[in-house]
Design a binder for this molecule. Sequence first.
Ligand SMILES: NC(=O)c1ccc[n+]([C@@H]2O[C@H](COP(=O)([O-])OP(=O)(O)OC[C@H]3O[C@@H](n4cnc5c(N)ncnc54)[C@H](O)[C@@H]3O)[C@@H](O)[C@H]2O)c1
Length: 270
Amino acid sequence: MSPGMAERRLDGKVALVTGAGARGSLTGTGQATAILFARHGARVLLADRDLGRARATERQIAEEDGEASVFEADVTDEQACLALTEACIERHSRLDIVVNNVGAFGPGKVTDIESETWARALDGNLKSAALVSKFAVPRMAAGGGGSIIHVSSIDGLRAGASHNVPYSVAKGGLITLTKAMAVHHGRDNIRVNCIAPGHLHAPFVASMTEEQLELRRKAGPLGTVGDAWDVAWAAVFLASDEARWISGVILPIDAGLLAATPLAVIEHLT
Ligand SMILES: NC(=O)c1ccc[n+]([C@@H]2O[C@H](COP(=O)([O-])OP(=O)(O)OC[C@H]3O[C@@H](n4cnc5c(N)ncnc54)[C@H](O)[C@@H]3O)[C@@H](O)[C@H]2O)c1
């Protein structure tokens, strides 16, 4: 559904989305968010360490007469995060919205931890969001404030079926970061919120079997398949002025999964 002019919620705003490309053929959460932001009138800076992926999103936005440009940055690198936020100000003179969407897998139980995997997961999911925010906050504050959205996971709130301690610890850290930033930068009129997607049908699932995908669908009380667009619609709301009094919130987008105890959904799984 494409909004008409009267329904454009982000008109005049400048948004930065990290990980705005997508691996493979399924739409990624950063990609869908960038496309919806542009449909809602935002000028979007598409950051990705893979320029080709960011350009694919840029092309989709251009085909719809939206406004977007790309910037190559590995957001685990501090200097790249500085350059990214500076580029945003150079191109658009302001920064209103940041979506810290980049993630990195981190498999294993605590007994499986390897320093390299641990560092990759913590850097990719948590350090990246903190570093982009480090340089974005003063620039947003200078323009009168804005909205920062971190993309965590239900794995940051509960232990999942797949063993992924480095990933879930990093995603849990994003939740703490959300609350700290919401408190510390509230007086700058910067709202900081966090989206926690559940069993999405997004690039992440490319290697899963049909059986695994079906189990993921059935585990949610709604029993339907969610995708990147479900995350993107929530991001549009949290980025918009309609959410002007919402800060420090963790919003699960999970078909009701976190509301259920395991026994509550077992009838749907067997
Ligand atoms: N798909 C799910 O089920 C699910 C569930 C919960 C949370 N998430 C989270 O959603 C987010 C997006 O996941 P996805 O599967 O849609 O995206 P994805 O894996 O397709 O990645 C999106 C883009 O991020 C880029 N990227 C990766 N690391 C980067 C870095 N260090 N710097 C800059 N760009 C980088 C990639 O090149 C890619 O184009 C992640 O944070 C993920 O943890 C996904």
